[in-house]
Design a protein around this ligand. Structure first.
Ligand code: FEO
Length: 390
């Protein structure tokens, strides 16, 4: 258990959560890390802490560099407890600790841990001299909570970005040039899709605020540190925040006796015939947080449900609730499904997708089992719909 040097007198002293598999509903099959950073200067400064249960690990790592009791300052970039959870134990160790947070961070920390904390508010443009270094603060509300901020150390050219640019990835490697590039990018994309996606306007503002900084290292609060491909991950965030998609379709469905799946397959054939990459996923087979990673690139989102008890299937309803909250923009939506008599399943899917601001194409509904003739009709109808937008 040791501190890992990030640059001269800057160390990673976080905790590795190897067994984490559920982060408020997000399937984290590769675990995660909570990255705290220690800056050794005239005022010894800790940037963020870790989840409460990894406090001992953080202290053990800090102890390989300095006596933890010598910490003077804590910069709390984000109130959420994966980064602030160890504050009470740290305060107990130090007696008192001077904390710096955004104005909303001050309120949030006090509401989590009580009013006695000594916290000073730092807004965008404010700074803090800690010796040779002067830390600069940029508030980045809603990336990921209203209180978020990032901390810029010009002397190190390090941006301590908190949730932004993070990945839920437990590894012993600390830097992007030490681990599998494809896995890092997949986890960064999954993280964006499940945590950051609703806040694209705020991400754009945050990117605008940091774009003129000569960043050599982005030190996020989850996953590996970006030092090889800083420009690459900024370009990815720029594209994701713009909701740029590929000519790609996702067909997501549940099925009772196979008919809704037949409609989905028919749609897949139409997409294929038009040269559009397509992926079919039964909502029973794949976790919704993994599906969201695929939503990032997909221009067409098709959601199918049979009618069960006069409504949609619960699996479809659960996914719609999740995607509605994450609010992907500028994508086409198509509801489809078979029914026996009422047919309200597809109507409900349409309603939710419409409300979620998908650009809706006409729904595809079939009574009971699609015949050969019905399949031809679906193909014709679906091709005509796609013709209107291509
Ligand atoms: Fe990693 Fe919003 O906390």
């Amino acid at each position: 258990m040791k501190a890992i040097q990030v640059s001269e007198n800057v160390y990673w002293v976080g905790g590795i959560d190897w067994r984490l598999r559920n982060f408020h509903g997000y399937l984290t099959q590769r675990g995660s890390t909570y990255n705290a950073y220690l800056i050794i200067d005239e005022k010894i400064t800790l940037i963020d802490t870790v989840k409460e249960h990894l406090y001992d690990e953080m202290i053990a790592r800090i102890s390989t560099v300095i006596d933890p009791k010598k910490i003077d300052y804590l910069v709390s970039n984000h109130v959420e407890m994966d980064h602030s959870g160890a504050i009470p134990k740290l305060k107990e160790l130090l007696g008192e600790i001077k904390i710096f947070a955004s104005p909303k961070g001050v309120d949030g920390l006090k509401m989590h841990f009580g009013g006695e904390l000594d916290i000073e508010a730092k807004s965008t443009g404010d700074s803090l001299k800690i010796g040779k270094r002067t830390l600069h603060f940029i508030n980045t509300p809603m990336v990921h909570w209203p209180d978020n901020m990032v901390t810029w150390s010009p002397e190190d050219s390090i941006l301590f970005s908190n949730d932004a640019f993070g990945q839920h990835l437990a590894t012993s490697e600390r830097f992007d040039d030490e681990y599998y590039e494809d896995i890092i990018l997949e986890e960064a994309k999954k993280y964006y899709a499940n945590i950051v996606l609703p806040y694209d306007a705020q991400v754009k503002k945050a990117l605008e605020a940091v774009k003129s900084l000569p960043i050599s290292i982005i030190a996020p609060s989850h996953g590996v540190i970006w030092r090889k491909d800083v420009a690459g991950i900024i370009a990815k965030y720029t594209s994701w925040a713009a909701n740029e998609t590929k000519d790609r379709a996702l067909i997501l469905y549940d099925t009772m006796w196979g008919s809704t799946e037949i409609i989905g397959r028919t749609m897949m054939e139409v997409f294929e015939s038009r040269g559009i990459q397509t992926e079919m996923i039964n909502l029973q087979d794949t976790h919704m947080s993994d599906i969201m990673t695929d939503v990032i690139d997909s221009k067409y989102i098709c959601i199918g449900s049979p009618t069960l008890n006069n409504g949609m299937m619960p699996s479809v309803s659960a996914f719609l609730t999740y995607i509605k909250g994450l609010a992907p923009k500028h994508r086409y939506g198509i509801a489809f499904g078979s029914y026996g008599w009422g047919g309200h399943g597809v109507n409900e899917v349409s309603e939710v997708m419409n409300h979620s601001k998908f650009k809706m194409l006409p729904p595809l509904k079939v009574k009971f089992v699609p015949s050969e003739g019905t399949i031809s009709l679906i193909k014709q109808q679906f091709n005509e719909s796609l013709d209107t937008i291509e």
